[in-house]
Design a protein around this ligand. Sequence first.
Ligand code: PEP
Ligand code: MG
Length: 325
Amino acid sequence: RRAELRRLAGLPTVSKDGHRVELAANIGSVDDLQKVLENGAEGIGLFRTEFLYMGRSSLPTEEEQYQIYKHVLEKMENKPVVIRTLDIGGDKELPYMKLPVESNPFLGLRAVRLCLSRQDLFRTQLRALLRASRFGQLKIMFPMIAVVEEWMEAKRLLEEEKQRLLQEGVEVSGRIEVGMMIEVPAAALASEMFAKEADFFSIGTNDLIQYTMAADRMNETVSYLYQPCHPTILRLIRMVIQAANKEGKWVGMCGEMAGDARAIPILLGMGLYEFSMSAGFILPAREFIMQTSRTEWAAYIDSLLAMRSQTEIEQFVQAKKGSAS
Ligand code: PEP
Ligand code: MG
């Protein structure tokens, strides 16, 4: 069975009716790259850079970060690599940074909010990314954007560091895409506006579900509310995909939902382009997509969104999956 799947490793992901999508991998460090390559990822859809900052006693320097980003880009041989800027705060702490104690860390100073308030730290990371950009197809992504001012400020700092490097005679790629995560409901609802600004979106369902349902993603006692295929969540996702596609921008998903076999047919039907997941899920997902028809699933979307609950949606999808191919 594994050997059978392995044969799909070198193939592009195309549905039975000829629709092309991209299956990418989520990584947290360079140690994950071996599995990514073995499993035939078409790119990196999410590099969680916070792990470079954790498990040590001081901030990583620009040079240290540069070496790591360069290594990842080189290993991926010009395939797309989405590197997310630091997403610390929330449940992830840095003991050496003395962040303020907050009563609701998930609603507090995390991710891009923290980076914009600690610009020294943010600029260091941006410079390392820009310097590494010439070694592959780098895409830079900002996490937790909620309002356009955050986006504009993050872009401004990136542009400033880019100009500074160019003046210093450092080579910077001219084709870096800059995108944002859609993981705060406010950003999902404003996706038409953001789609005019960003080069791409990646939907972070882990947080999007948590914030939409007001249910802590780590809290077992409210885990019944954590429903990726709830009609409300699917509506938000469709809104984001449509907004991006209208502006000719590509949309991916890097939350756990992207690798969830129950959700993949729905996301495919909605027109999601890039699915980024743990490397181990890639080949089974490719196998499924190659044997299914995207137009068939697209035709079910309106009925799915009219349903009342995740249970009804999952039963419908299960039944259709059973009767297909
Ligand atoms: C997400 O929120 O879906 C996501 C991919 O980011 P993280 O899990 O790192 O918060
Ligand atoms: Mg997140």
